[in-house]
Structures are given as structure tokens and as C-alpha cells.
Design a protein around this ligand. Structure first.
Ligand code: HXC
Length: 258
């Protein structure tokens, strides 16, 4: 597949999607978002891929949705075409594990895209923000919802209402990112983490992801019940036998279902 706004690569069992509109700090126009959805589809269908890394450039993960593309839009057209929703959620609905590797700006839709991944590894240069209010709008791809679940009400309100940016250290402190690494090591670290995830049983990793995500969708009692059902079902897999037998035999597990 020939893409114009992203680059796609693989390293072992890891699929890497690199946002690639350097002239616009990787601003997310509809062509890019469509290509991203196609790349996610392709990696999801590829049995050789066990995890996906999404990244940008050293200067910007993505500086938001493309403001110049949005500028002339009007209501009710935005409502009729369900503007921005088309394909935006494809990354969030990926069933294989996804990691965002963020350096530089992750603003507006860029921050929202990073939050659609399962976890975020940030370079020490990363800057996160939801500056939509400075443009006369509000976040439209999960910024008021996912950010609030990540960092809590007070910090989400602060970011969405002031439009300010926060650096990597603050983002780690408030739980938006799982770890901060040196900028030069970002992609290596993210791929290493993805390789680790992809070395395990894929169906087990997928069910684990599904169960963690369920914590955001339901009550604790229902979430625990969901977790328990999946946990029980895992004892029907060869990978559970292999994982536990390997431990008992003091050897490295070799999972079959990848
Ligand atoms: C379109 C953008 C862009 C964007 C940057 N560019 N961000 N184009 N949409 N979101 C373009 C600039 O116009 C410029 O093009 C080039 O990229 C380089 O940007 P500069 O501004 O010259 O770079 P710099 O001075 O380093 O400033 C970096 C920046 C600034 C602080 C990140 O670019 C900025 O504030 N960008 C907008 C951030 C933002 O508001 N994002 C939220 C968008 S709304 P030229 O042609 O002049 O060289 C949003 C809503 C999501 O995301 C809703 C649902 C998805």
C-alpha cells in the first residue's frame, strides 16, 4: 500500500506507523486519518504482527487536527457528515495492543490520537495539550473524555479550559504517560516495549487489553465479573499450559498463539 501522509514499517512482530506530514507538524487531515485506519486494518489482519507502535517526528507527534482543513467548515454540515468521527476511532478500536511513542507536540487531535493507544511512552521533549479553546472550539475526538479518565477532572479542566501545554514530566506525574525516556531513545524504547508485548500469547494480550479497557466502561463489580470470565477461559488455552509448565521446568515459555 502506498501511503502519502504516513510511513509504515515493521520490526520483528511490531508494526510501526509514523505520521509523516512534516510541513504541517503532522497535522491530522482527513487523508492522513484515512491512511492511519487502513494501516491499522492491515496490521490487525497480519498474523506476523503482535503489537503496533504509532509515532511522529522529533518535533511533533501531531500538532492537532488540520486547522486549515477545518477552517471553512460550518454547521450543520459538520453534524451531517459526522465530521472527524469517520475513521478517527479506528485506532482506539484496534484489538491488538498499541503504543504511542510521543516526542514534541501532541496537541488537540494529536493528544487525542495518542490517548487512543493502550499506553503512551513520551520523550522528555513531549508537550501535551488540548488547545482547541484558543481556536473557538473544544476537543472533538475524545479530549474531554479520555483525558479526564487518564488524569482526573481538575487537570483535564485545567488543560481544556486554559489551552496550556504540559511537559513530559507533568504528563507522567498525572498518569497520562506510562514512562518518559530520552528523546534519542524514544522509538527504540517503544519498539522494545512492543516487542515484549508481542512475544507473549496474542489472544492472551488481546483479552488483557479488553479487560483493562472494560474498567472504563462499566462498574467495578461487572468489570471484575468480566475479568474473571476471561481469566477462567484462559485455562482452556495451550498457552496457559505452556506458560505455567515453562515456569515449573525453569525454562523460557514458547507461546504458540502469536
Ligand atoms: C494545520 C498546522 C497545525 C495544525 C501547525 N501547522 N499546526 N497546520 N493544522 N494543527 C503548520 C503551521 O501552519 C506551519 O505551516 C507549520 O505547521 C509549522 O508550524 P509553526 O506554527 O510555524 O511552528 P512553531 O512556531 O514551531 O509552533 C508550533 C505549534 C504551533 C506551537 C505547535 O504550530 C501551533 O500552535 N499549532 C496549532 C496547535 C493547535 O491549536 N492544535 C489543535 C488543533 S484543533 P506554514 O505553512 O505556515 O509553514 C484540533 C481539534 C481536534 O486538534 C478535534 C477533533 C479531532
Amino acid at each position: 500500500m502506498a501511503y502519502k501522509n504516513i510511513k509504515v514499517d515493521t520490526k520483528g512482530r511490531v508494526g510501526i506507523i509514523t505520521l509523516d506530514r512534516p510541513e504541517a507538524l503532522n497535522a491530522l487531515n482527513s487523508a492522513l486519518v484515512d491512511e492511519m485506519a487502513q494501516a491499522v486494518d492491515a496490521f490487525e489482519a497480519d498474523d506476523e504482527i503482535g503489537a503496533i507502535v504509532v509515532t511522529g517526528s522529533a518535533k511533533a507527534f501531531a500538532a492537532g487536527a488540520d486547522i486549515k482543513e477545518m477552517q471553512g467548515k460550518s454547521w450543520p454540515g459538520t453534524y451531517r457528515e459526522d465530521f472527524i468521527t469517520r475513521n478517527w476511532e479506528r485506532l482506539a478500536s484496534a484489538r491488538k495492543p498499541t503504543i504511542a511513542a510521543v516526542a514534541g507536540y501532541a496537541l488537540g487531535g494529536g493528544c487525542e490520537m495518542a490517548m487512543m493507544c493502550d499506553f503512551i511512552i513520551a520523550a522528555d521533549t513531549a508537550k501535551f495539550g488540548q488547545p482547541e479553546i484558543t481556536l473557538g472550539v473544544m476537543p472533538g475526538a475524545g479530549g474531554t473524555q479520555r483525558l479526564t479518565r487518564f488524569v482526573g477532572k481538575s487537570k483535564a479542566m485545567d488543560l481544556c479550559l486554559t489551552g496550556r501545554m504540559m511537559d513530559a514530566e507533568e504528563a507522567e506525574r498525572c498518569g497520562l504517560v506510562s514512562r518518559v525516556v530520552a528523546a534519542d531513545d524514544l522509538l527504540d524504547e517503544a519498539v522494545k516495549a512492543a516487542e515484549k508485548v508481542a512475544s507473549f500469547s496474542l489472544p492472551i494480550a488481546m483479552m488483557t487489553k479488553e479487560s483493562v479497557n472494560r474498567a472504563y466502561e462499566t462498574t467495578l463489580a461487572e468489570g471484575i465479573r468480566f475479568e474473571r470470565r476471561l481469566f477462567h477461559a484462559m485455562f482452556g488455552t495451550e498457552d496457559q499450559k505452556e506458560g505455567m509448565t515453562a515456569f515449573a521446568e525453569k525454562r523460557k515459555a514458547s507461546f504458540k498463539h502469536k
